[in-house]
Design a protein around this ligand. Structure first.
Ligand SMILES: Cc1cc2nc3c(=O)[nH]c(=O)nc-3n(C[C@H](O)[C@H](O)[C@H](O)COP(=O)(O)OP(=O)(O)OC[C@H]3O[C@@H](n4cnc5c(N)ncnc54)[C@H](O)[C@@H]3O)c2cc1C
Length: 456
């Protein structure tokens, strides 16, 4: 590091943290995946400025070409819980998102070759829906457009956070502008062009903010730079994801099926397929998350027919016949939990804090609840004229989130281990448990409330 330059919008003179100019407090966000982008928007909703640094270049997107969804984040789909939908409603984004959201009206759970099964439906539970399924590409696109439109958010993409230093009043990070970053990114031309260009010219830059939130994913660099260890557990499984077409309409039913290799989820999707709308396919499009043993994924990625045939045999006819499948992707499954989520003025969030098994579609939803609580606590600090990087307040945030986080982590693990255990006695026990869940009064509403993220 041999030069110093300044990015005026994000620079925060430590002495400026006083009660007169609290609005000048700035949050640095490392990582602009769905969690980083959503958190920046939550802060902006409360009038708090942030600078978001994202390693990858965002592609150019325009609000005018909604029909063409660019798959720039990944090709997965996410089941958004009721609580997540409420959070997006709160910040005024749900109207933008909902055209590509598919309601879940019912959930069916069963095990391949066993007697136990259970079902939840919205009429019985007296809810509007259990959640909504959305393509990650659409969610990412809408988040990015909203971030671009916000005067309170500065985006520096194509830049990696490489160092973190803290004082009693601020956090300073080094960012390295990636050498492969071309100058054609138009997403960044919004507000701080001169500062970004300056960073581009020197190749690296220092930014100072009141606090830092690390949303830089499972292999978080910031977490490592802060010396925070992790507890990692390799499930020895991979998730294969893709979009399928069935010959039977989905009727807004989500189906969770457990097979000896691992769980399988088939979720309803909206009709358009990324290239426009095809009325012939209305209601027949579904998202598949299929968990297989580690090492088996390649054949299913390469061989479409094998994928469809194996899926069909694990699933039976409950979704009809699987007719077509699009491009598949595979994700190795490891649970990674940060030893702590707060260090001085820094908070670890999103997958950087807890990467979970996708079995119950809870990972992102949990992150959104964390983000919502932290944004509210920071907003209260601003209203009181207090420091948003206050270590005690951040420790209170960490404490406040523990119960919800621990419950979700335990639940996901119990489902994965309970349903893949080969012991016949365990198999009988879990099928009895499924039946009990289905028949006993009061259990379903409780589980549904937790699954929808409505109770922490
Ligand atoms: C198969 C599968 C299905 C899933 N389905 C669901 C579901 O239905 N419902 C649900 O709630 N959850 C689901 N999840 C979980 C969900 O996908 C994650 O919780 C979510 O993507 C976490 O987002 P994130 O922004 O924290 O991390 P990431 O998406 O990993 O984003 C991290 C970002 O940080 C950037 N970055 C990394 N290092 C740096 C650096 N040094 N400097 C700057 N930027 C950096 C990266 O480029 C990236 O953009 C699923 C997960 C999987 C694997």
């Amino acid at each position: 590091m041999n030069q110093t330059a300044h990015i005026s919008k994000t620079e925060c003179d430590p002495n400026a943290i006083n009660k007169k100019n609290m609005t000048e407090q700035t949050v640095l966000i490392a990582g602009g995946g769905h969690v980083g982008l959503s958190f920046a928007l939550l802060l902006a909703h409360h009038g708090i400025a942030s600078t978001l640094i994202e390693k990858n270049r965002y592609p150019y997107i325009s609000p005018d070409d909604d029909a063409q969804r660019s798959h720039y984040l990944d090709s997965r789909n996410t089941a958004l819980s009721r609580r997540t939908v409420q959070i997006y409603q709160e910040i005024g984004l749900w109207d933008e998102l909902q055209s590509h959201a598919c309601r879940i009206d019912a959930v069916q759970i069963s095990e391949q070759g066993s007697f136990g099964q259970a079902a939840l439906n919205k009429a019985e539970e007296k809810v509007e829906s259990f959640g909504q399924v959305m393509e990650n590409a659409w969610l990412g696109r809408k988040l990015l457009l909203a971030v671009q439109a916000s005067p309170l958010i500065t985006v520096i993409d194509g830049a990696t956070v490489t160092n973190v230093a803290q004082s009693s009043q601020s956090v300073t990070i080094d960012i390295q502008v990636n050498s492969d970053s071309s100058a054609d990114s138009q997403t960044r031309a919004k507000s701080d062009t001169s500062a970004v260009n300056e960073a581009e010219q020197v190749g690296w830059q220092q930014l100072t903010g009141t606090m830092l939130v690390a949303c830089d994913g499972r292999d978080s660099t910031v977490r490592e730079l802060l010396g925070i260890g992790t507890q990692a557990y390799d499930y020895q499984q991979s998730a294969i994801v893709g979009v399928v077409q069935t010959d039977k309409p989905h009727e807004h039913i989500a189906i969770e099926r457990f097979s000896p290799a691992g769980p399988l989820a088939v979720l309803p999707l909206t009709d358009s397929d990324g290239d426009g709308h095809n009325p012939q396919q209305a209601g027949y499009r579904r998202s598949v998350v299929w968990v297989c043993r580690k090492g088996e994924e390649q054949q299913y990625l390469e061989d479409e027919k094998l994928f469809l045939a194996t899926l069909q045999s694990a699933f039976g006819q409950r979704a009809g016949s699987f007719v077509k499948v699009g491009r598949r992707g595979a994700y190795p499954l490891t649970r990674v939990l940060a030893d702590k989520q707060v260090a001085g003025r820094c908070v670890i969030m999103g997958n950087a804090a807890h990467t979970l098994h996708p079995v119950a579609g809870q990972g992102f939803n949990l992150c959104m609840r964390d983000a919502h609580v932290l944004a509210q606590m920071l907003a209260s600090q601003v209203l009181r004229g207090e420091d948003i990087g206050d270590t005690q307040m951040l420790s209170r945030y960490e404490q406040a989130r523990q119960k919800d986080q621990k419950r979700v982590i335990r639940f996901c693990d119990a489902v994965v281990h309970g349903f893949t255990h080969p012991n016949p006695a365990v198999k009988i026990a879990r099928n009895l448990a499924l039946l009990a869940f289905d028949k006993l009064p009061n259990i379903k509403p409780l589980v549904a409330t937790y699954a929808m993220g409505l109770k922490a």
